[in-house]
Ligand binder design. Structure first.
Ligand SMILES: [Zn+2]
Length: 160
């Protein structure tokens, strides 16, 4: 068993009807919501994919198919905790993770600490093992035009 494994994840949701966006398990007020089968949390979905990727276990669509009614409107923290259990089952723990949110709005910075705390709790790691950053696309592309929100994540697993 290798002592470390790395994975990356990426997720996008289009903005739609609503008054908030779930980001990193935190309810962030916004003039729009996102279109999603689950709660549409791009941060947690990218993180789940990073964990699954590190284990070479496929992706979030395989583990939580949209066709499965169990995941309709699902709290993505439940999905993240499920991925953490898969990590533990295979003899690993999360070393650290790093997430970048890409959008013009809502402003992520004021909520980043709360997101870190949620993620750290769900992954069973210290807050300083969790990084949440944000950037814009300088008004270019779909995130720049405010059509949707994206997140990228990397996660390092260490043998437990
Ligand atoms: Zn998603």
């Amino acid at each position: 068993m290798p002592p470390i494994r790395i994975g990356q994840g990426y997720d996008v949701h289009a903005f739609g009807e609503g008054d908030h966006v779930m980001l990193g398990g935190v309810r962030v007020p916004h003039v729009q919501g996102v279109v999603a089968h689950s709660d549409g949390d791009v941060v947690l979905h990218a993180l789940c994919d990073a964990l699954l990727g590190a284990l070479a276990l496929g992706d979030i669509g395989v583990h939580f198919p949209p066709s499965d009614a169990r995941w309709k409107g699902a709290d993505s923290r439940v999905l993240l905790r499920h991925c953490r259990a898969l990590v533990a089952e295979r003899g690993y723990a999360v070393g650290n993770c790093d997430v970048t949110v890409v959008c013009e709005r809502p402003k992520v910075g004021p909520h980043a600490e709360a997101m870190r705390a949620c993620i750290a709790e769900d992954l069973g790691v210290a807050v300083d093992a969790v990084s949440v950053k944000a950037t814009t696309s300088e008004r270019m592309g779909f995130t720049g035009r405010g059509e949707g929100i994206a997140a990228m994540a990397v996660a390092l697993l260490v043998a437990a």
